[in-house]
Design a protein around this ligand. Structure first.
Ligand code: ADP
Ligand code: MG
Ligand code: MG
Length: 877
């Protein structure tokens, strides 16, 4: 038969699924012999049953009655007994901590009779008894009966006036109880339930129901906690911190959750109960001062904290209460901490012999490492916030506002820090983005051009700040409240929060990045990062490469521990002054003119590749042949039309307008791009392959790999592969030839495709786009926030690889590709390559490497190391 109730002596810390975190850890502490009040836990299974069926499961009430009976026997008093009442708390507690989301009711068992019994047992302490009673009605009214908590707060406030709650006397509190009872009667039409067992029964169901309260649902979505877990309920004998000044309640950490330093961190409040400490109703005192107030409780508390750290082998946070000099433990759990503390604590625990270095690797996350890599604003600094946009690429940037790429380059050249402000960016802004400290746009979402490029460069970016009116022509923007920022005015943007500030906010640099850039591990934090990264590198099976298109990026990628380039895009090599040549190519009226345009491009391309091969010093470089539609390199249709209409146009402009119109596509992402370009425009791919081969000949040890984008059928690949192989053979250069797998058809026919490919690289951006049928440039800003709200997915599939759909295509392609060609090399080069959860997926899918932007390389290295330990496969948060 199902068992729905566990006494604290029956549970343990590994039963969180069933007993919730609070219940499991209360049981663990009980079994460690720590002073925990007696109690028992109703399982989350009972809650799931209640939520599904609308009624508690058969047998639950009997089981609860039995456990309560046992508790009453042990305590020698019954729940709510008139002359000596046993009181209990009814506390929620789910598997994952959801701070403040769910409910707890204290002092259950009090009524008009037992309140006198409680006073008598406390040596005639009427004040304490009435204080407890008013708390019960207040919490019960709000939580169980659904009354607006403000009503009780107001009544309390107006009684208190300027005094503190401890200044209220017994008579006043007794009056308050009457007022509260009146509120209950007014609001519900019924009296406050006097029957203790009924109080308890209703409170248990209210805790069950709180699982589906709107704020709990919202919180779970944000934190990606599954919606169907349910919560356990803990029934705990009350102990009292509000009996007088020899009593109190507090919270503590076993070490500093901010820095990881060992020491005593906590707050204590005398003569108080429950939430009073955190609610800030009175000023708490630092835990150290408890030593002066109650030395023996203090010493015992420190001993217990040490016991808990050694037992959990981690930082713990605790909640405790002292009742007339006797210490009681009411909660513990492995505590949350900052990113810096996570690294420091993990290595300290290794030094203390509590955990192994391997465990230390599993105790930190890639997200935490990423946080440590961004410069940040000095938290103590004064700032004037003027607007907020999307936190597109983290970091803190300060500079003069500029409104064009050219101006950004110009001022940066004079040594100025600038922030490039645009409505939105396009590929032509690249030089300005490189020159700027940060990028701010008023339009576009987290996958807009600005956001993607900025993240790739590790550059701070706030995008889609819609409150801003950006006028490029007037070189200024306005913000709400008549704020005007002109070119040259200083602004500060926080890519971690999306905030925009007027003026200069002081920035602190990341010591961790300095270390990755080749600095010595100086302070404790950097030493901790260094140790953990070394171990992660030793154990990881996945290789880590970089997406890098320039020698500078390539060099940074190597410094950050990259083992090659997994994606070198070539399209930026057609921008800037070279647009001219692309225009010639598009306008070419015959083979000769086209070849002339290509011949002009070839030496430029070659020089680009030489630079990258040199920077990589013999590591493999996967070069992707040109991918985007050609019209992206031509002038804008509207601009051209205006020019032609106003008569300012040259002959070439008029021809270009014709070409732009001809090349216009309804769905460019599904149009003439990738391998299709190579097949339709003779000589284009051949020119690129020749440039790669010539460059490789010039740089000793260069290891080029040629990658064909957007292949859907093996026939496409065969055609361009044959030509490329011929060129390589002619020039006597060896290079792998492979393909991206980024169309669903390529994935589904991977066995065929592998016959013509020496490697696959999963282009998961396009693969996600085409698998979901999402036009990436449109959907994110248009409706992804709504989709997230509706719970259609917990996280954008462009951020974290969708294992069920896109992941399945990857798995099929891996299996069939390897079956056809056992030595097939497999990698991934979408943005997912630097996403923790996606890295774990790649490890499980058996890929050889992930490729990501240079700044994400350390994150990918760490997560690849963590993935090698099976136990943290699913937990990358
Ligand atoms: P939360 O999950 O929000 O932390 P808790 O169930 O821990 O809620 O309850 C909040 C506080 O109420 C506890 O920190 C503790 O101070 C107090 N409390 C809960 N149960 C008892 C009890 N049996 N005796 C005394 N205080 C209690
Ligand atoms: Mg608590
Ligand atoms: Mg692609």
């Amino acid at each position: 038969m199902a068992k729905y109730v566990y006494d604290f002596t029956e549970g343990n810390k590994d039963l969180k699924d069933l007993l919730g975190g609070k219940g499991a850890n209360l049981a663990e502490m009980t079994n460690l012999g720590l002073p925990v009040p007696p109690g028992f836990t109703i399982t989350s299974e009972a809650c799931r049953h209640y939520l599904a069926e609308g009624a508690v499961p058969d047998g639950l009430e009997r089981e609860v009655a039995e456990h309560l009976g046992a508790m009453e026997k042990r305590m020698g008093k019954t729940l709510g007994q008139a002359d000596d009442p046993l009181l209990v708390s009814v506390r929620s507690g789910a598997k994952f901590s959801m701070p403040g989301m769910m409910e707890t009711v204290l002092n259950i068992g009090l009524n008009d009779e037992s309140v006198h019994g409680l006073a008598k047992q406390a040596g005639g302490n009427d004040r304490f008894a009435w204080d407890s009673y008013r708390r019960l009605i207040q919490m019960f009214g709000k939580t169980v009966l659904g009354i607006d908590g403000e009503l009780f707060e107001h009544a309390l406030e107006s009684l208190k006036g300027h005094r503190q709650d401890t200044d209220l006397g017994a008579a006043e509190l007794q009056g308050l109880v009457e007022t509260f009872k009146g509120i209950v009667r007014d609001q519900t039409g019924k009296d406050f339930p006097a029957d203790p067992r009924e109080q308890m029964r209703l409170a248990v169901m209210a805790v069950f129901d709180s699982w589906n309260a709107p704020r709990a649902i919202l919180y779970r979505r944000q934190e990606r906690i599954p919606a169907d877990l349910g919560t356990a309920v803990n029934i705990v004998a009350m102990v009292f911190g509000n009996v007088g000044n020899d009593s109190g309640t507090g919270v503590a950490f076993t070490r500093d959750p901010g820095s990881g330093q060992q020491g005593i961190y906590g707050d204590y409040l005398q003569n108080a109960q429950g939430e009073d400490v955190v609610a800030g109703i009175r000023n708490t005192i630092p835990l150290q001062e408890l030593e002066r107030l109650d030395k023996s409780s203090y010493d015992e508390l420190l001993r217990i904290m040490e016991t808990l750290e050694n037992h959990y082998r981690d930082l713990c946070d605790i909640e405790f209460t002292i009742e007339r000099g006797k210490l009681w433990m009411l909660q513990t759990r492995v505590g949350k901490r900052t990113a810096a503390a996570a690294f420091c604590i993990a290595t300290q625990l290794v030094d203390q012999g509590l955990i192994t270095l391997d465990e230390a690797v599993t105790r930190v996350t890639g997200d935490q490492l990423a946080q440590l890599m961004f410069p940040r604003f000095d938290s103590g600094a004064e700032k004037k916030k003027i607007a907020k946009g999307m936190n597109a690429s983290p970091g803190a940037a300060v500079g003069k506002a500029v409104f064009s790429s050219a101006r950004a380059v110009e001022l940066a050249g004079q040594g100025e820090d600038v922030i490039l402000v645009r409505r939105e960016t396009n590929p032509d802004d690249l030089s300005g983005m490189i020159a700027a400290r940060g990028i701010l746009t008023s339009r576009g979402g987290k996958t807009s051009h600005a956001a993607v490029v900025a993240r790739g460069m590790g550059k701070t970016c706030v995008c889609g700040a819609e409150e801003l009116e950006v006028s490029i022509g007037e070189r200024r923007f306005t913000a709400p409240g008549d704020i005007v920022v002109n070119e040259g005015d200083l602004i500060s943007i926080d890519g971690t929060t999306g905030e925009i500030f007027l003026g200069e906010v002081p920035v602190v640099d990341s010591a961790v990045v300095e270390y990755f850039e080749g600095g010595e591990p100086g302070d404790d934090l950097v030493r901790a990062v260094d140790r953990i990264m070394r171990r992660a590198d030793e154990v990881r099976r996945l290789g880590v490469r970089a997406n890098a298109d320039t020698p500078e990026d390539a060099a940074r990628a190597r410094r950050f521990g990259g083992e090659g380039i997994g994606l070198c895009r070539t399209e930026h090599m057609f921008l800037g002054e070279r647009r001219q040549l692309v225009e010639d190519l598009v306008l070419a009226s015959g083979d000769e003119e086209r070849q002339a345009a290509l011949d002009a491009l070839e030496p430029l391309q070659k020089a680009d590749f030489v630079g990258i091969f040199q920077a990589m010093e013999g590591q493999p470089v996967t070069v992707r042949l040109i991918d985007p539609p050609l019209h992206e390199f031509l002038p804008d249709l509207t601009d051209l039309s205006v020019k032609v209409a106003t008569g300012d146009a040259t002959d070439k402009d008029r021809k270009l307008l014709g070409a732009v119109k001809r090349l216009h596509e309804q769905n460019p992402m599904l149009g003439l791009r990738g391998v299709r370009l190579g097949l339709v425009i003779p000589g284009l791919f051949a020119m690129q392959v020749r440039a790669i081969a010539q460059a490789a000949k010039e740089v000793p040890g260069a290891k080029p790999e040629i990658m064909i984008p957007l292949v859907a059928a093996v026939q496409e690949l065969e055609a361009v592969r044959e030509e490329a192989a011929g060129i390589l053979a002619d020039l006597g250069v060896e290079a792998l030839i492979g393909t991206m797998i980024e169309t669903p058809r390529a994935a589904l026919t991977a066995g065929q495709v592998a016959e013509a490919a020496q490697f696959f690289s999963f282009g998961t951006n396009d693969l996600t786009q085409m698998t979901w049928g999402f036009s990436r440039d449109d959907v994110e800003a248009a409706f992804f926030s709504r989709y997230l709200e509706l719970g259609m997915f917990g996280v954008s599939p462009f951020e974290t690889l969708d294992r069920d759909g896109v992941g399945r295509l990857v798995t099929i392609a891996v299996e069939e590709g390897r079956a056809a060609r056992p030595d097939l090399k497999l990698g991934i080069c979408g943005e997912h390559g630097g996403d923790p959860d996606s890295v774990h997926f790649c490890h499980q899918a058996g890929l050889d490497y992930v490729s990501c932007s240079p700044f994400r390389i350390p994150v990918a290295r760490l997560e690849a190391g963590r993935a090698a330990f099976a136990e943290c496969d699913s937990d990358t948060r």
